[in-house]
Design a protein. Structure first.
Length: 222
């Protein structure tokens, strides 16, 4: 379970405060794959980061006893001057992996990400898509209660997208996912329930199809 209690999140702009969430209380049940929908700028990625514990509300609390991956489409936690290989080692050591497990992770991530020679080059020269591939592959190696994914399934060519989706389906046999995506077919295929973020509020729907219908209605009003 993920519980939000009186959560407010805003950014200061020249026009005043831009609210992502404004005094929101909500419970997200356990054991459900959740799609997060909203128009561009609504705050989907910000909400995802807060649920994962790498961003924080201005007020209120978000509580869960579950473990969360880093957002798989947002590779900001990598060290730019280090290579892909070095970053994989670094993350594994943070999570207390043995040397044998680290070597397993290196082989797994290199093969999955399809980075080739770039795997041994500094991440600062990577494209955003290459960083997402590395982040996705590394997240698949760890066991979390929730995988947090921000549009990563649209990265790469068609073959890589299919591979990513199949890998995710296999992974979520033993965990759940919080997924931001603009692809309605992908949300319907992977997610059970949905959250719609709009005008400083978020609403949870037990049926992803209902969430998509609400999202479509919001788009028609704009």
């Amino acid at each position: 379970m993920i519980e939000l209690r009186n959560v407010t999140k805003y950014y200061k702009t020249s026009r005043g405060k831009k609210y992502i969430l404004n005094d929101v209380s909500q419970i997200i049940p356990t054991h459900t794959n959740v799609g997060i929908l909203g128009r561009n700028g609504a705050g989907k990625s910000t909400l995802l980061r807060m649920l994962g514990g790498i961003d924080f509300p201005n007020s209120g609390t978000i509580h869960s006893d579950k473990t969360f991956s880093w957002p798989m489409g947002l590779a900001g936690g990598f060290q730019g001057s280090m290579t892909g290989r070095q970053n994989v080692k670094f993350v594994c050591r943070i999570y207390g992996k043995s040397e044998y497990e680290i070597q397993q992770a290196i082989e797994s991530v290199k093969e999955f990400s399809e980075l080739g020679d770039y795997f041994d080059m500094p991440i600062k020269i990577y494209s955003s898509g290459m960083k997402s591939r590395l982040s996705f592959g590394l997240s698949l190696f760890f066991d979390f209660d929730y995988l947090i994914i921000d549009e990563t399934l649209s990265v790469g060519d068609k073959n890589f997208q299919v591979k990513s989706k199949n890998a995710l389906k296999k992974k979520i046999e033993n965990c759940n996912v919080l997924l931001v995506s603009h692809s309605m077919p992908t949300l319907k295929e992977i997610c059970d329930s949905g959250i719609v973020v709009n005008d400083g509020n978020m609403t949870y729907y037990e049926d992803i199809n209902e969430a998509i219908a609400v999202y479509d209605a919001i788009n028609k009003q704009k």
